[in-house]
Every structure is written in structure tokens, then in C-alpha cells.
Unconditional design. Structure first.
Length: 239
């Protein structure tokens, strides 16, 4: 994981957000719906729902949209039944790719994901073909401009809060935690600092260096996958 930076991908998504806001809200609502339906509508006892709502808020999703998704789950709306799945494969240049989906039609989603891979010189693989290259981690981003203490003091605060690894670049601090420590670490840090991002995600153990033409095709693959209604997140190890 050392040397890996996820911030570039998140910033790219933020820059494109206005153009795709409706689609992003739809995906967030689906995530909230599934979390609430599976674990109940009380955020005090349902950590998955609490995290999904926090993610929606960080994307400026209106409160009415969030409440509507929770209420839909509470009412067990007929016909709403989503399945969580992860597709694995290789992008151009041998980049490892994991695609998280929420779908009500497995055949449709499999066809769309397979088409995105094949159209961009990638290959959809079997379950487990690349997941061993990733670790599930808590991921928190804090802008350096929002940190008033010096870097050493901030890093000490972050470690005491529960971070196990910290990366610093000229814009932000990227903080990594275990899944178990994520919520408590996030809660502690957000008392003193605004968070640019906070999520549970898949972090690659090593990065893959690929040629420039493969990078361009890989970016097209990511965009095509993220445009699919059923795709919630795309993880990869391209440097």
C-alpha cells in the first residue's frame, strides 16, 4: 500500500460530479436503501446505513432524497430487491480491476460490465482473480489547508485517533485505517477537521505501472463502468 494515492481518482470524480449529479444521487440512494433494508433504519445500530448517509451528505445529496431512500426501505417497497456483487478482471496493460455493483438484474449487469471490459482491451475474470491484490481499508482525506498544527503534530493526532498509515502530498493528508477502527477514527478527526472524503474502500497492495496508451484506455474503461447505473464503485491498481 505504501506509495499508493487514491486522491487523484476521487478528485477526478468530484470534478465530473456536476455533469453526473443525478446519476450519482441515484446510486447513493440505492446504497442507502440496501443498507436500511438489510440492517434497519436506525443509524445508531446500523453502521452501514450511517456510512452510506455520511457518503451521501459528503456528495451534497439533498436531505429529502436521503430520507426518501430510508423510508422506501422501511416500507419494503414491492419490486425493490438489489443484490450486492463484485466483478473482477484485468484492464488494459494488466491493471487489476474490481467493480462493486448493486443490481436487480444480474444478467443485465454482467453483460454491461463484460461489454465495458471488452470494448477497452480488458478481460472480465473469475471471482478471486484479482481480489487477493487488495485490502479493505478505511480511507480519510483532510486538506492540508485545514490543518493548523504542524505536520508532525497532526500525524501524532491521527495515529492516536486510530490511523495506521498516513500519506502526505502538497494538497491533502491521506489516512488509512483498519475496517474496525474506521468509524471511531473518523468521528475523532471530524471533531477538529473538515473531511474531504471518508469511506471504506479497497486499496491495492502494489501499483501497476502501465504505458501511456494503456492509461488512456484504462481511464475510458473506468468512465464507462462508472456510467453504468448498477455500478457503485470501481477499484484498480493503476499507478
Amino acid at each position: 500500500m505504501a506509495g499508493h494515492s487514491k486522491w487523484h481518482n476521487i478528485r477526478h470524480k468530484k470534478n465530473a460530479k456536476d455533469a453526473k449529479r443525478g446519476k450519482i444521487f441515484m446510486k447513493l440512494a440505492k446504497e442507502i436503501f440496501v443498507a436500511a433494508k438489510q440492517g434497519g433504519t436506525d443509524t445508531e445500530t446500523n453502521a452501514a446505513l450511517r456510512l452510506a448517509i455520511d457518503k451521501a451528505r459528503s456528495n451534497n445529496m439533498p436531505k429529502d432524497n436521503i430520507d426518501r431512500a430510508v423510508q422506501k426501505a422501511a416500507g419494503n417497497v414491492d419490486g425493490e430487491n438489489y443484490e450486492e456483487m463484485t466483478y473482477e478482471g484485468y484492464g488494459p496493460g494488466g491493471v487489476a480491476v474490481m467493480v462493486d455493483v448493486l443490481t436487480d438484474n444480474r444478467n443485465r449487469t454482467a453483460s454491461e460490465v463484460r461489454h465495458a471490459f471488452s470494448k477497452n482491451d480488458g478481460n472480465l475474470g473469475e471471482n478471486g482473480c484479482v481480489s487477493f491484490m487488495f485490502q479493505r481499508k478505511g480511507y480519510i482525506v483532510i486538506a492540508q489547508d485545514n490543518v493548523s498544527v504542524d505536520e508532525d503534530e497532526f500525524m501524532l493526532e491521527a495515529i492516536e485517533a486510530g490511523c495506521e498509515e498516513i500519506e502526505s502530498n502538497e494538497e491533502v493528508f491521506e489516512l488509512y485505517t483498519t475496517v474496525e477502527d474506521f468509524e471511531s477514527c473518523k468521528k475523532t478527526l471530524e471533531e477538529n477537521y473538515p473531511l474531504e472524503a471518508a469511506e471504506l474502500t479497497m486499496i491495492p497492495d502494489t501499483d501497476a505501472e502501465v504505458a501511456e496508451d494503456h492509461q488512456e484506455k484504462m481511464n475510458k474503461l473506468i468512465d464507462m463502468l462508472e456510467d453504468l447505473d448498477d455500478v457503485q464503485d470501481v477499484h484498480h491498481n493503476m499507478k
